[in-house]
Design a protein around this ligand. Sequence first.
Ligand SMILES: O=C1O[C@H](COP(=O)(O)O)[C@@H](O)[C@H](O)[C@H]1O
Length: 204
Amino acid sequence: MLGVSGGSVIDVLAEGLPTLNTDWKSWRIFLCDERLVPADDPESTYGAYVQKLLPKIPEFPPDNFLQANVSVSSEESAKDYEQRLRELWEAAGTNPNQVPYGMSDCLILGVGPDGHTCSLFPDHSVLEVKDSWVTYIEDSPKPPPKRITLTYPFINKATHVIVLAKGEQKAQIVKNLQKGVDLPIGRVNNPGGRLEWILDHLVV
Ligand SMILES: O=C1O[C@H](COP(=O)(O)O)[C@@H](O)[C@H](O)[C@H]1O
């Protein structure tokens, strides 16, 4: 079970994932966040994966990529996505309420220049959501405004989290975290699991 992000992560995964020698039929892919726009909108993360990644892995059953319902309210869309995530775990024979770790095998997170990850933005009340796996926002500081996003209670139970940070500006975020600045990406913490950052710039 792999969670994928939008933005610059999409191109990296569209290049890297197809090189894996794997049984794609056993994979389930879901979105760490989604912009609530139709799949053919250039802002749709699902739409971008359908265009850029799926044609390169024809063995992967497209239905195993969990698309968000964008034709209902943001709140309903978040509830629906969480429900379908729960069904994935149940289908795998796991009671999702009893999983201490390993909620997902791997989450690949991006990070914005403001330190946001998924659609968890600095100083936003969405950071405090503790009672669901998936929540929604309707006032995203980065357009489009309506989005659903994984929450920390879900993210921080992943077995493996990889943060992909491309560019010097994002490497600077690591510096800020080291100085103790509270940023959404800095709240990603999956004790018992593995947390890795992949950077293409070094800031000293
Ligand atoms: O809006 C979003 O932004 C972040 C970061 O995007 P990037 O293009 O700066 O890498 C992304 O991780 C998230 O999934 C997306 O919805």
